[in-house]
Design a protein around this ligand. Sequence first.
Ligand code: 5RP
Length: 236
Amino acid sequence: MDTPSTFSPEETAGFKRAAAAHAAAMVEPGMAVGMGHGSTAVAAVPVLAERAARGELPGTYFVPAAHFMAEALRRAGLPVAGLDDAPVLDITIDGADEIDPAGNCIKGGGGALLYEKIVGQAAQRLVIVADAGKLSPRLCSRHALPVEITPFALASELRFLRRIGGNPSLRQRPDGDPMRTERGNVIADCAFAPLPDPAALATSLDARAGVAGHGLFVGLASCIVVAGPDGVRELE
Ligand code: 5RP
């Protein structure tokens, strides 16, 4: 899903690489590192691989949130483990689709929101990496909120989402079938009006048994690394 941005695709790609390189420099020897999903988080992989090749990261290993990230790490020759091997991660590096001034995020544009939240919560530090085009005054101003739904509950959860103003639309594959997550769930992208209270919405979604996950990351990020025309900065 595209995020509207005032920057060109080339500028945005450069900002993503800069933010990812900044976060990759935070990784230390022996760390267990969660890795999220998306082009910005994946841009950290070659930087980490270069550091490992220089002998800077002995004993460091990586816990990916998605198959795509696992493949990228393996191709780069970096050691991959599961969350059972490292229930407490030292740091997780992940991207975001939209970030508000309080550091709350919408994630899940790539469909890996549930496992991304798990590796984010398992980490002592969740570092979000993003280009400046992701910054927004209020969540849902520029990006729909992905909500992952157990197929058994689809009709009733869509009804619930409509009732609370979510205007949901099912994410589809190019052939028109509903897109399935790695756990076989479906995703409703919800075009809420800009959110006055992301925490309240997160609480009401968390209370629904048929909602397997949602892309609101409220108060989870320890550090947001944003890269833009003025360089890279950390929002703590
Ligand atoms: C995937 C995500 C991504 O981190 C988010 O979509 C950002 O992607 P990108 O770095 O490609 O802009 O949440 O589920």
